[in-house]
Design a protein around this ligand. Structure first.
Ligand SMILES: Nc1ncnc2c1ncn2[C@@H]1O[C@H](COP(=O)(O)OP(=O)(O)OP(=O)(O)O)[C@@H](O)[C@H]1O
Length: 608
């Protein structure tokens, strides 16, 4: 147990002595959209304020990713709570910065903040002045949620947050429940309804624009259950519930152990939500998590990205992404729990497309299957380090050697093995090339129809291919059953970091305006040009739905097949590809492209 401290005394002391220091801390903005960071200036300042740990490099002196290829780093995933908006029209291109419409046919109820306001007034009145008489709260923040504005940030949370941030303390999630419960209250902008029903997580993972109701906005505020009989690990989602909090009691127990305190209230909440979304009460060790999928000794590294290291574990692939650390990894600021939470939700949402029930309106197998997601903690296991070093010796890693401290946290995505990426996959003939194009196009069309999905980063590293014995694949697009000729090729789309989706509850997207470097890739390079075209199409309104971005990536793909992939083909085949590309330029969505004559003899519509 850590040393006992008097929390209020420390808060007061830090506000009195360290006024400047507190001022230097980034202001806590609750439930507001994240401020954009210019990579060069503001981000650098922010990074400078953090402690940056020296990183070891790989064995082979491979070139590290340059700033352009590393450009994902400053992106902050943002989301819009669908329920907060009232525009119920089908989505057209919205005006710049206008909030997008919610899915069709959903009644929207504006959140009721009255109760919270009353509640916080009560909290403020609750002898806080008596307990902490001197310092004044200088900055009162503004909460925004949809169109609602609640102009008072509760006194309690403001001061606690500042103090905690200034302490930069560690935050093991589980035991700090006393504080996190209070934070939960302080940060909440939605009704404090219990979410102890069995469907709490189902509603998070399985809601679609078609079946969602606007009432369940509280699903992102899961609090861990403290039931003693729950196994700490792998708690089923239905066991997650809210607790009734006796605030008076909590305040009386505000003398906390210093090693159980979060550095950031919102951060703590995100981390807890992330754990909840992964069905955990606390992070697992790597071995605990990995041993469910394979003999740990058999683990081999198979690939790497800017953020993720991919390992084969049995028949699955584990992509490990470090999070929340205060030092850079591979030259990049580590992603935060809230960003990963969104990627987790996005992955589970896309998984729903794999369910091919009779009443399904949209279904396909094109997006990689997410089998499990776990939060892990600890340094890299020696087995993983060996696998990393073996790969480095063979391929020369662009990433840093994985030296992580005891408290490092990660998200581990357990995915189906999707095969080889398009960059290295050898297409044998025109039929295989057509199969690639039609499957990507149909998959995007299905995801557009189901979730207004846009991938936004469909370069050849994010399309995996494998061969199998089947000749067709089943899709359902807006209720229509379609069989697609595959010529024995199976496509899997991965990496949803930049993707935009409407889950029915929320619109999840990444504000790419915060990453100007993404649009500064080399002139004439197809991938860089595609980012620039996306920017033109969206007019930097990244939260909006512009299915045309999917078409831009399809055009990129046709270009790539024509210019970068060599396979057996005739000049007629090339002509067909070129005219497909031309026609594509007129389409506004992948759904429109389905009816292109290029694909007609590959699609077999089932007449019901
Ligand atoms: N399910 C999978 N099956 C096979 N290989 C995979 C799978 N997932 C990832 N990989 C391999 O790992 C590499 C890195 O994965 P991914 O692109 O998802 O990581 P990332 O860090 O998000 O990348 P980026 O740099 O684009 O952000 C891929 O290019 C691929 O080679």
């Amino acid at each position: 147990m850590g040393e006992r401290v008097d929390l209020w005394a420390e808060i007061i002391e830090s506000e009195e002595e360290g006024g400047d220091r507190v001022k230097d801390i980034p202001k806590v903005e609750v439930y507001q959209r994240r401020k954009k960071l210019e990579k060069s200036s503001e981000a650098a300042d922010l990074i400078g304020a953090w402690s940056v740990k020296g990183t070891r490099t790989s064995l082979i002196n491979a070139p590290k990713r340059d700033s352009w290829t590393r450009s994902l780093s400053t992106r902050g995933r943002e989301s819009i709570a669908v329920g907060a908006y009232v525009n119920n029209q089908p989505q057209e291109k919205p005006a710049r910065r206008k909030k997008p419409a919610i899915p069709k046919g959903k009644a929207v109820k504006a959140p009721d903040f009255k109760k919270e306001k009353e509640y916080f007034h009560e909290v403020d009145a609750f002898e806080l002045l008596e307990e902490s008489p001197s310092p004044k709260t200088k900055n009162s923040s503004t909460w925004t949620a949809g169109e609602q504005v609640v102009p008072e940030l509760p006194h309690l949370s403001t001061r606690l947050e500042k103090w905690l941030i200034s302490k930069n303390l560690n935050r093991p999630c589980g035991p700090s429940s006393t504080l996190s419960k209070i934070l939960e209250y302080s940060n909440s902008t939605t009704r404090l309804e219990p979410i102890c029903d069995d469907d709490a997580f189902d509603s998070l993972a399985l809601r679609t624009p078609e079946n969602s109701s606007s009432s369940n906005t509280s699903i992102f505020r899961l609090i861990q259950s403290c039931d003693d009989d729950l196994n700490a690990e792998d708690v089923p989602f239905r066991k997650i519930k809210t607790e009734e909090i006796d605030l008076e009691d909590e305040l009386k127990r505000l003398s906390l152990t210093s090693d159980l305190i979060s550095p950031h209230l919102d951060f703590e909440k995100s981390f807890c939500d992330l754990l909840s979304a992964c069905g955990q009460m606390q992070p697992s060790s790597f071995m605990e998590a990995l041993s469910k999928f394979c003999e740990p000794e058999s683990i081999v590294k198979i690939g790497e990205g800017t953020y993720g290291e991919a390992f084969r574990a049995g028949t699955s692939v584990c992509k490990i992404v470090p999070i929340d650390g205060d030092f850079r990894v591979n030259g990049e600021i580590q992603k935060r729990a809230d960003e990963l939470l969104e990627e987790v939700i996005l992955s589970w949402t896309l998984n729903q497309l794999r369910e091919c029930e009779t009443e399904a309106q949209n279904s396909c197998l094109t997006f990689i299957k997410t089998q499990d997601i776990k939060v892990c903690q600890g340094p890299y296991d020696p087995i993983l380090i060996k696998a990393w070093e073996d790969w480095d010796a063979k391929h020369g890693s662009e990433n840093d050697h994985p030296d992580f401290p005891e408290k490092q946290c990660y998200v581990m995505f357990v995915l189906e093995h999707g095969g080889k990426d398009l960059e290295s996959f050898v297409l044998l003939n025109f039929d295989e090339a057509r199969s690639l194009l039609v499957q990507v196009m149909a998959g995007l069309a299905v995801a557009e129809a189901a979730f207004e999905f846009e991938h936004r980063d469909l370069h050849w590293g994010n399309i995996l291919l494998s061969r199998n014995n089947s000749s067709t694949q089943h899709f359902i697009l807006e209720g229509k059953q379609v069989f697609i000729k595959t010529f024995g090729i199976q496509i899997s789309i991965i990496d949803f970091t930049l993707s935009r989706i409407n889950t029915g509850e929320k619109i999840l997207f990444l504000d790419l305006t915060s990453d100007p470097y993404l649009f500064k890739g080399p002139k004439g390079d197809k991938q860089s040009e595609t980012y620039r075209k996306m920017k033109a199409v969206t007019e930097d309104c990244w939260e909006g739905h512009f299915a045309q971005t999917n078409v831009l990536w399809l055009i990129y793909l046709v270009d790539l097949v024509l210019t970068k992939k060599s396979f057996e083909r005739s000049s007629k085949d090339e002509r067909e590809l070129r005219s497909l590309k031309k026609r594509m330029e007129k389409y506004k969505s992948a759904k429109e492209a389905v009816s292109d004559p290029f694909f007609s003899d590959m699609l077999i519509f089932q007449i019901s």
